[in-house]
Design a protein around this ligand. Structure first.
Ligand code: NAD
Ligand code: IPM
Ligand code: MN
Length: 319
């Protein structure tokens, strides 16, 4: 397996090397190459990610990505969005599971309010929310496939705001059509009430499919159920490429202290391994549970452990 590593900035540089230890454990023959992308590169070169970087990323079977700090430049275009677009990573899978619930947020990853079609003005700025039947159908099929494969007797929830936006009428109705075609039971829900309800009654939910920005916000909000952003992994999936990254960002408030929770990055590495046919999910989850219940936790989970000690204990369990 050939893996590109993007540490990025802030705690990305602290958690990715630890997640690589888990990759090494399951796939010791992996070939790695690092791609320097992010704020550090932007400071040096004035660009966070150039076309050569994208070409390097294309060489990998999968990419493990930390996080990137957004530079203070009004004209900056998000590097992550460039990567998602260039590699056609149309599905963003964000699992959230805990005692008695198992939710998969399937976030449309290519359009919506992330269309990039926008204008900055002094008195009026606009961003065009683009929803196409093609992208909606693609993400709906992806969500239905996941439901049929991993959620026996599950229900698809279609998160939307069709009461306000025509673009979401198209999204919702396309998802309904695909669910009907694929024989998937579904419900629709407005994203605002859905976010509240999923936090209060998470056991009601299985796969939630939604548009780009709603999925971004919903996935962070659901972090409340499992101890915070340090726990949540994600996978950006396309037909040819895949990028695995924690849901969290570069956390400048704790960067450099060595105390970031590495679980999100480790789980992302686990998703990368599973995507490449290496079974590890249950073992990694057991090991995480064991280490946490032994009392070893990083400060975000109320403990005093540092990033590396936590991983030492985790690798120990895996061995
Ligand atoms: P953030 O996720 O970086 O941090 C939010 C809060 O959660 C902070 O208090 C942070 O300390 C805490 N936190 C996050 N991950 C943690 C972990 N693993 N362990 C312990 N605590 C953790 O979000 P933000 O502060 O809004 O953004 C910071 C920077 O990251 C911004 O420049 C933003 O644009 C960028 N960002 C990048 C990505 C990415 O590259 N994928 C994702 C989100 C945000
Ligand atoms: C995420 C992040 C990104 C997003 C940013 C950094 C572009 O918040 O992956 O959740 O908004 O998708
Ligand atoms: Mn986000």
């Amino acid at each position: 397996m050939k893996i590109a590593l993007v540490n990025g900035d802030g705690i990305g540089r602290e958690v990715i090397p630890q997640a690589v230890r888990v990759l090494d454990h399951y796939a010791p023959d992996t070939e790695y190459f690092e791609v320097e992308i992010g704020y550090g590169k932007w400071e040096k070169c004035g660009i966070g990610c150039d076309d050569r970087d994208i070409e390097s990323l294309r060489e990998a079977d999968s990419i493990l990505f930390g996080a990137i700090t957004t530079p203070p430049d009004p004209n900056y275009k998000s590097v992550m969005l460039k990567i998602r677009k260039e590699l056609d990573l149309y599905a963003n899978l964000r699992p959230v599971h805990g005692e008695g619930f198992n939710i998969m947020v399937v976030r449309e990853n290519s359009e919506g309010l992330y269309s990039g079609i926008e204008e900055m003005g002094e008195e009026r700025s606009t961003t065009l929310r683009v929803v196409t039947s093609k992208a909606s159908e693609r993400i709906a099929r992806c969500a239905c496939k996941i439901l049929l494969k991993d959620f026996k007797n599950g229900t698809l929830t279609i998160g939307n705001k069709a009461n306000v936006m025509k673009s979401d009428v198209l999204f919702r109705d396309t998802c309904i059509r695909v669910a009907d075609e694929m024989g998937v039971p579904y419900r629709t829900a407005y994203i605002d009430a859905l976010t509240f309800d999923a936090i209060h009654n998470p056991q009601k939910y299985d796969v939630i499919v939604t548009t780009n920005l709603f999925g971004d916000i919903l996935s962070d909000a659901l972090g409340h159920l499992v101890g915070g952003l340090g726990m949540l992994p994600s996978a950006n999936i396309g037909e040819e490429h895949s990028v695995f990254e924690p849901v969290h960002g570069s956390a400048p408030d704790i960067a450099g202290k060595g105390i970031a929770n590495p679980i999100a990055a480790i789980r992302s590495a686990g998703m990368l391994l599973e995507h490449n046919g290496i079974r590890c999910h249950d073992e990694i989850e057991d090991a995480i549970k064991n280490v946490i219940s032994s009392g070893m936790r990083t400060p975000d989970l109320g403990g005093t452990a540092d990033t590396i000690s936590f991983c030492d204990a985790l690798i120990n369990k895996l061995e």
